[in-house]
Design a protein around this ligand. Sequence first.
Ligand code: HEC
Length: 242
Amino acid sequence: MLKLHYNLEKISMGLVGAIIAVASVGGIVEIAPLFTIEQTVEIPDDLRPHTPLELAGREIYIREGCYACHSQMVRSLADEIDRYGPYSLAAESAWDRPMLWGSKRTGPDLARVGEKYSDAWHVAHLIDPRSVIPVSIMPAYPWLTRPLETDLIEGNLATLARLGVPYDETMVENALADARAQARPDSDGVDGLLERYGEDIAVRAFDGDPSSLTEMDALVAYLQSLGTLTDAPYEMLAEETR
Ligand code: HEC
């Protein structure tokens, strides 16, 4: 054995090959099994996809670069859980394309921000952060009060459906109507919306005005949905701390 090694050390390329062969064993053992299983994350039964309005808000979140300052991933460290709530599970973002975990926090993590503040707080904060947090360094986004462009909503759902997000045909067909209904609580479309996405979704005039569908409606609907798509992280944490 020593003799083999002695000879191998004298052939440099052979030694490199042998090192690669030995070092790759660990990789193969860890990575190869992943190709044989269909899913690496277990999707919770109660996980729901974003509604069309929330999805439109998500597009605005991406467009405005909110992710540059805000992460959406609570790490499993005690101080993070104390501050934000249950740590994030991979399954929560299984249908997020692209994912918005982020890598830098100039502002706080937003993974659990849903229903932490009122809609009116978000509207005031987005139009002028200093009006609610005097020392805030977050930029103002006063233009979000403009009408929401709805042309891409249906196509967005259809594309995500092709990528494996469980939007069925009726969800895609009704995407535009559902987006309008979610920001207009007294409209006829609400029943269909609740039937498709569940009774728990928020149906409100998010920007305070039910007569218009604005970018603010979409973005606030999205923010209020963060951390509310499944109870799994809350149950997991409760079980661990019991
Ligand atoms: C330049 C960095 C920066 C950008 C870009 C930014 N924010 Fe912020 N955000 C902050 C900071 C700093 C705070 C903490 C102070 C405050 O609440 O205003 C904050 C706070 C928040 C909060 C309150 C979180 C909490 O739990 O109190 C929300 C919600 C929020 N931002 C949403 C957004 C959205 C939506 C966008 C994009 C439209 C955005 N932010 C863009 C820096 C940023």
